[in-house]
Each structure stands twice: as C-alpha cells, then as structure tokens.
Design a protein around this ligand. Sequence first.
Ligand code: SF4
Length: 396
Amino acid sequence: MTATPTSRAKLPLLVLGQGTDLHTERGVECPGDLPPASDPGLVERARAAKAALGDRVFVLGHHYQRDEVIEFADTTGDSFKLAKEAAARPDAPWIVFCGVHFMAESADILTSDEQTVILPDLAAGCSMADMATMDQVEDCWDDLVDAGIADRVVPVTYMNSSAAIKAFTGRHGGTICTSSNAKTALTWALDQAGDGGKVLFLPDQHLGRNTYARDLGRPLEDCVVWDPHRPMGGLTKEQLDAATMILWRGHCSVHGRFSVEAVEAARREIPDVKVIVHPECRYEVVELADEVGSTEKIIKTIAAAPAGTKWVVGTELNLVRRLGQQFPDQQISFLEKNVCYCSTMNRIDLPHLVWALESLVEGRVVNPIRVDPQVAHDAKVALDRMLALPGETHKD
Ligand code: SF4
C-alpha cells in the first residue's frame, strides 16, 4: 500500500479559545466559577478546600508544575512515579493530577475503579503525545504489514503518549518505557524482535535515538525516522528493510529547543561547568553533555554533588528554578537564554486547582479522566510488560 497511508490522519491545527471546536477546546472554558488569577485569597481558598477534603483527596504535582501549584501537592515526581503513588493511595477517592492529560490517563489506568482522577484544566495536553494519533499509528502499522515486516517489529512506546497508543503497544507485543528505563526496555524489545527484527519507537525520536546510539552504543545509521505526514512515513521499502530502529517523528517542544550553541556558550562562559540534560534533548546536545537523565536523575545527581559545583541544566524551567532555590550552595543555571516553560503544563494554575478542589468540597467532580475500559486493559498489558522487565522496579 502506498497511495493513502495518511488517509485517516487528522491534523488538528487549532487556535485555542476560538470556540469553533468545543470538544477539542475542552477545558478552555471552565463551567462554574473559576476564580480570577488576581484573587488575593487564592492561596487561602486552596488551603481551606484541601483541609476540608482531608485524606479524601490526594494531590499529585509533576516536577514541571508552577511553584504555586507544587505548594499544594502531597507528592511530586515524574509521570510514572506519580501514577504509582496514586495507585498506592487506594483510600483516597479523588486524585487531583497537576500535570498533563496523558499522565492523568496513566493514573486512571493504574488506580482502582473506585478512584477518580481529576485534571484541573483539560486543555493541559502534551505536544509530544499529540504528535502520534491513533489513526496515524494504525496507518503506519498497515504500511509495515504491507511492507512485509510488521511481524518482525516490536513497538516500544514512551510513557508520554495517549492511552490509545499504549493500548496499541499492548496489542502488538510491545512495552512502555520511561526516560529512566528506556535502555532496559529497548534491550528487551530488540531481543524479542530477534535477528533482523526492528523496533518501532513512539513518539519521541530523540529518546529512541539517544537510547539506541548512545546508551546501547549501536550505529546511528540503523535508525530511520517515520514521518506520519508522508506516504510510507517518507521511507522506501529498502530503507525499512535495512533499519533496526524506526523512530516516530515526534519530539518534546521544550527539550527540543536546547541547542549545541547553548552548550558551547555555557562551557565558554562558566569555567568547570557540568552540563546535565534530559534524554528528550536532541542527540547532538546529549552527546555534548556531561550527564544525561530523567528529571528524577537530574534532581538526585545535583542533590548528591558537593557544594560549589556549577551546573547548567537542560530541562523544563520551573524545575530548574526550584533546583536553584533548593541547592543554594551550588551554582545552577538554565541551558537556554530564552524562557522555556512547558506551556501545557503551565495551564494548571492556582485558579484551576482551587476550582477543582472547591468543587469537590461542594460534592461536584469536575474534569474526571476516564479511560475506556478496553483501552485501559490493553494499555495495562504494555505497562505490566514494562514492570516485568529484568531488574525493573522503576529506578528513578
Ligand atoms: S515537557 Fe515536553 S514531553 Fe513533557 S509535557 Fe511538556 S511538551 Fe510534553
């Protein structure tokens, strides 16, 4: 098949707040009384609502959230750690997830049916997760079937993906990975694929490439990039046959901005500096760094460093700023000169959190995240495969 591989693909190009597609623009307008951001009583209202709810609510805060939101988090962490923390609190009927949509979905999959996961602003999505839609991934698989290689392809899907893509991965014998365990997951998948086998890595091309070439020391030339907007992913049958890694053409709009020039400038301007970056950064940037790791690893590495260590950090700005406050004995700088917040993470602000909490106090559950049971089942198959990986305990 060559002519219509992207026929089912939808390419939403949407300016939020236009009111033209109310389903897609979900969360832009909140029903009820969303307090204005200028309300001087917001902090007190959040405290009062949380106190009134007591142990019935558990608030999760991703590392990239604003300080004003993190202040009300019962625990902080990366996406998978937070989902597991939610599952470890079966007595809390309400889980308020201060993060983005795919994270709340994962929490819903891993928590019990009696628990409800709430995302304070439904417009808090993830540009990377949105780069792989279900239609596009199914079209890709159809093409791999037509190319005669699908039976030798094992999908590995990054946590930062929709529940539907995780479910696809479960149905096709693949596993989920995190930025902490991508090396283990990829080693397992290559082993499953066998001689001449291939891995389809979704949706972050950079994490896939960095893990394969840098962590496993395998040749970059084994990697091809599947562009979902082009027939056959923009590849020939010969290129697919020769490849071992088929990298989905997705990336993080935050980590993708860190540049080689910024690393070089940091080394010029700060003597003895250490550069630490997230593996969602581009390969050339990761190659120049002293340390590479997940948000949890970045935090632990800096925490363990002696006073006086100079760091330039390539990850989301809210986290880097907090690290600077937490470790004043170290010199911590941000890798880019331009402001680099995750704009969708930042949609969760104090007015939305107060609105979600006060609604619960009034007996109303707003913005529940409910994954379709069949999708949740198939996604959990892939998540369970990850948990069964050799030595895997999700080492942050
Ligand atoms: S930082 Fe990147 S991967 Fe994480 S939520 Fe934002 S856009 Fe998605």
